[in-house]
Design a protein around this ligand. Structure first.
Ligand code: SF4
Ligand code: SF4
Length: 290
């Protein structure tokens, strides 16, 4: 092939990187219904149909108490949506799911029907990280689907590098960790050492149901049931696996790089409860040397 053919080919194809976040986010695939929402006030007395079909005990309804849906444990199989007789649990088609506090993933109580989306890192940390974020990825015993959807962000369509976010080979060159998998016992020491090798201040991002709460491996004695059992976590991104758009939204949300998409009034934002100035439990605990 002549070099002129290469140039012609490139010109014909044009820029293939998506416009998001300056342009609207691309739609989720038909089979991906986005985040769930749950409204306990719609539950008939004594009904626990959703809890009975949930494969990961993400839904609880103790006795006559209200139903609670933990999106951190959810595999998004939608069985609960299917069996609910009153549409108390529904899909939102919203890709945005990242939260800063574990408890913000628990839905259904009045005022908490939808996720309380993540607030950005505080100004001091954003200034320290500057316009770049270097992450070391730690695969801690999952099925590799979360890693695959994270890798997608490096392709030309997503081009994660345009935001200054890159994955690096050494934790000593990283600003934080992105963890997938439930943290198997065999990976505990490696994760701990990798976290210790990242210079402070550092952040930890748990991606996927496994890294948040053990996913389908929850309760298995060979796993720790999520990253937070071993290291402090600053951002939780649900999914099994999370869609790349959900992961990207979480990273940009943390860095306050979403522009109008996260402004009050943006689709879904107000209904989601907006973004409080959530403290960062992980960062606060390990950034005191700054
Ligand atoms: S969609 Fe989530 S909460 Fe509902 S049954 Fe499946 S795993 Fe459980
Ligand atoms: S959360 Fe789901 S997709 Fe991700 S590693 Fe666990 S089982 Fe695999």
């Amino acid at each position: 092939m002549l070099i002129v053919d290469t140039f012609t080919h490139r010109l014909k194809r044009g820029c293939e990187t998506m416009g998001y976040p300056d342009a609207p986010a691309p739609p989720l695939p038909d089979r991906h219904g986005g985040a769930l929402q749950a409204d306990a006030s719609r539950c008939p007395v004594g009904c626990a149909a959703c809890a009975e079909v949930c494969p990961t005990q993400a839904i609880t309804r103790p006795g006559a108490g209200p139903v609670a849906l933990d999106l951190g444990r959810c595999l998004f199989c939608t069985e609960c949506v299917r069996v609910c007789p009153t549409q108390a649990i529904t899909q939102t088609n919203d890709h945005r799911m990242a939260v800063r506090r574990r408890e913000d993933l628990v839905l259904a109580a009045p005022g908490q029907e939808r996720l309380r989306l993540a607030a950005p890192l505080d100004d001091r940390l954003r200034r320290l990280f500057g316009r770049s974020l270097r992450l070391r990825q730690v695969s801690a015993g999952g099925c590799n689907a979360c890693e695959a959807d994270t890798n997608v962000l490096g392709t030309i369509g997503w081009d994660l590098g345009r935001f200054g976010i890159q994955f690096v080979a050494s934790p000593r060159h990283a600003d934080g960790l992105l963890i997938t998998g439930p943290v198997s016992r065999n990976m505990e020491l490696a994760l701990r050492k990798t976290w210790e090798a990242v210079p402070a201040p550092k952040i930890v991002i748990a991606v996927g149901a496994c890294a948040i709460a053990g996913g389908p491996f929850a309760g298995n004695p060979e796993t720790h049931g999520g990253a937070a059992a071993v290291v402090p976590v600053d951002l939780f991104i649900p999914g099994c696996p999370p869609h790349p758009l959900t992961i990207l939204d979480g990273l940009l949300r943390l860095l306050d790089r979403l522009g109008p998409d996260r402004a009050p009034g943006a689709a879904g934002e107000q209904a989601a409860g907006g973004e409080g100035e959530a403290p960062s439990p992980g960062v606060a605990a390990h950034s005191r040397h700054v």
